[in-house]
Design a protein around this ligand. Structure first.
Ligand SMILES: Nc1ncnc2c1ncn2[C@@H]1O[C@H](COP(=O)(O)OP(=O)(O)O)[C@@H](O)[C@H]1O
Ligand SMILES: [Mg+2]
Length: 367
């Protein structure tokens, strides 16, 4: 097993900086996910860990050992590529055995190890089948077996589920987690799918345009996003430009820019990490499920009058779009209320003081 350290790494392809100023520490046995939109540098980073690319600047370590320029075959990492990269005309057995043959493992030991790993991924019945005759999910398992059979210290998975349909994705998701726990192997999982990242990972690094914006547990990333990019990429969010007017120990007083002019709002219990003297562009952010709806006027902070504009019924939840002060606010309700939600209904929307976060705007956009 191994921990991984990435110290101030940059990777340039000519003028394109694919990854910049990257600092990461992945713990021994951790399930760590790189999450971000297409082109943000996830594969490039994974390949620098596998040794298929060397960084332009910076250091990659396994434990304390400098691996920056060690070739891939000397790293003891197993990688599953996005397109699987299997040999289609070879059998399942031959595909899985390939890495062991390269490593000159004796034929007796090779046979045992391939059979063991095929059992683990539940493909022992398919050993002699040609890979081109397997389903997508089975090919995925062959790719996993091929990575695991060399008994790597580190498992690298590049969007391993993106070619599978939704049902198979769910199945493989638990399969990968089961194997990861069984082997207790340090794993880096690459995805652009936030639901996969949130549900599988011990920790997540969120990337955009080659820069890592935040590292944290799924709940830290979701509940305490560090800026508007992270907040908007993971889950649904309401974001409105805001300015700090005053700050006391308990409360922050804000002027929020709405379609109908500035509006005063207050925030409580906020782990405030914005420098009040040079705050830059700020936004308030609040998740749709944190918004409280009232059907008559109530006292309290941050209560605004609105009208339900759109209703999307999903069975267990109802997604609403509410017009408030010239803004479009997203609100989610659990379907456990007897009140009939109807388009056109006037409502009072409350943004609870301890559910609003004030965050820096780095994307130059707001919803
Ligand atoms: N071999 C390469 N040569 C030139 N540019 C590359 C190469 N690999 C990746 N890039 C560029 O680097 C950026 C990051 O790519 P990549 O790491 O593949 O992103 P992701 O895996 O997050 O989709 C992109 O702008 C991509 O076009
Ligand atoms: Mg990629």
């Amino acid at each position: 097993m191994a921990s991984i350290k990435i110290e101030n790494v940059q990777k340039a392809f000519g003028k394109v900086i694919a990854v910049d100023h990257l600092n990461l520490e992945i713990k021994d046995g951790e399930f760590f996910t790189f999450l971000g939109p297409s082109g943000c540098g996830k594969t490039t980073t994974l390949r620098m860990i596998a040794g298929f690319y060397y960084p332009t600047k910076g250091i990659v370590r396994f434990g304390d050992k400098d691996m920056t320029r060690v070739p891939p075959e000397k790293r003891n990492t197993g990688m599953v590529f996005q397109n699987y990269a299997l040999f289609p005309h070879m059998t399942v057995f031959e595909n899985v055995a390939f890495g062991l043959k390269v490593r000159k493992i004796s034929s007796g030991e090779l046979k045992k190890r391939v059979q063991d790993v095929l059992q683990k991924v539940r493909l022992n019945q398919y050993s002699d089948r040609q890979v081109s005759q397997l389903s997508g999910g089975q090919q995925q398992r062959v790719a996993l077996a091929r990575a695991l059979v060399i008994e790597p210290e580190i498992l690298l998975l590049d969007e391993p589920l993106s070619n599978l349909d939704a049902k198979l994705r769910d199945e493989m998701r638990s399969e990968i987690l089961r194997l990861q726990r069984e082997y207790k192997i340090t794993t880096i999982y690459v995805t652009h799918d936030q639901a996969e990242a949130l549900s599988m990972s011990d920790r997540i690094a969120v990337f955009n345009f080659g820069v890592c914006h935040q590292i944290g547990t799924p709940s830290e990333i979701y509940n305490e996003p560090s800026n508007d990019f992270v907040a908007g990429f993971i889950g649904e969010i309401n974001l409105f430009p805001a300015r700090i007017e005053k700050k006391t120990n308990e409360q922050v007083f804000l002027s929020v820019q709405t379609g109908a002019g500035p509006k005063e709002m207050t925030v409580k219990n906020h782990p405030f990490n914005v420098d009040p003297d040079s705050p830059g562009d700020l936004a308030i952010s609040i998740r749709p499920e944190a918004i409280i709806l009232h059907y008559r006027q109530v006292d309290g902070a941050n209560v605004l009058k609105g009208k339900i504009e759109e209703v999307y019924f999903f069975g267990s939840v109802i997604n609403l779009i509410i017009s408030v002060e010239g803004m479009r606010l997203k609100a989610d309700l659990l379907n456990n209320q007897s009140i009939k939600i109807k388009k056109g209904t006037e409502v009072f929307v409350q943004l609870p003081e301890d559910h609003i976060r004030v965050i820096p705007m780095v994307s130059g956009e707001s919803s």
